[in-house]
Write a protein that binds this ligand. Structure first.
Ligand code: GDP
Length: 193
């Protein structure tokens, strides 16, 4: 299974006008803060420290574009869900994600959901939004190494119920590698590798 050892940060965008040219294929990653999104990106891409798991203060609102190969990018959306997030922050997030959704290059969205918390209202909003844009959503139910087998089965069933026909769902752990091949397969399918 291919991994992208040469992946690198292309641009950290604070505004849609800083996005790279809308060419090739792009796959976005979103999730509530602390859901395990950075760890998932690093594991799937196969480059430790690519998306920093220790977030740099002040840079958490940026959209990070990483080039995997020429013409293939992943886009790391700022984590959402802090209760403290104000209207201004939310408006900035929404204007950038709307601009992202209008790009011809966008092929799909990985939504990282902590398996111990499940699919919450804000996740549902994002899934509905992506569905409305005809953007396929694949949920990574993260940190499954923390669950017992029966708990995992319950979490998967609940997530599938919550997302119904609007997203596919898989178990994922950046710690023990659960679901890594499946997630890479989805990424490669979207970017046609
Ligand atoms: P982000 O805010 O969504 O980017 O989340 P991070 O990737 O920074 O992870 C948040 C916290 O969860 C960190 O302490 C990670 O070490 C931890 N974490 C991330 N993925 C896993 C996982 O698969 N298993 C476990 N046990 N912890 C994880």
């Amino acid at each position: 299974m291919s991994i992208y050892h040469r992946a690198e940060l292309l641009v950290s965008a604070a505004h849609a006008r800083q996005f790279p040219p809308d060419l090739g294929a792009e796959v976005a990653f979103a999730g509530r803060s602390n859901a395990g999104k950075s760890s998932a990106i690093n594991a799937i891409v196969g480059r430790r420290g690519l998306a920093r798991t220790s977030k740099t203060p002040g840079r958490t609102r940026l959209l990070n574009f990483f080039e995997l190969d020429p013409g293939a990018r992943i886009v790391d959306l700022p984590g959402f869900g802090y209760a403290a997030a104000g209207a201004e922050e939310r408006a900035g997030w929404e204007s950038m994600t709307t601009a992202l959704s209008q790009r011809a290059a966008l092929r799909g969205l990985f939504l990282v959901v902590d398996s111990r918390r499940g699919v919450l209202a804000r996740d549902q909003e994002l899934i509905a939004w992506a569905s409305a844009m005809n953007c396929p959503v694949h949920v990574l139910l993260s940190k499954t190494d923390k669950l017992k087998r029966a708990e995992l089965a319950g979490a998967l069933a609940a997530a599938r119920r919550a997302t119904a026909q609007r997203a596919t769902v898989q178990a994922f752990s950046a710690v023990d590698g659960t679901g890594l091949d499946e997630a890479r397969k989805q990424l490669n399918q979207w970017i046609k590798k």
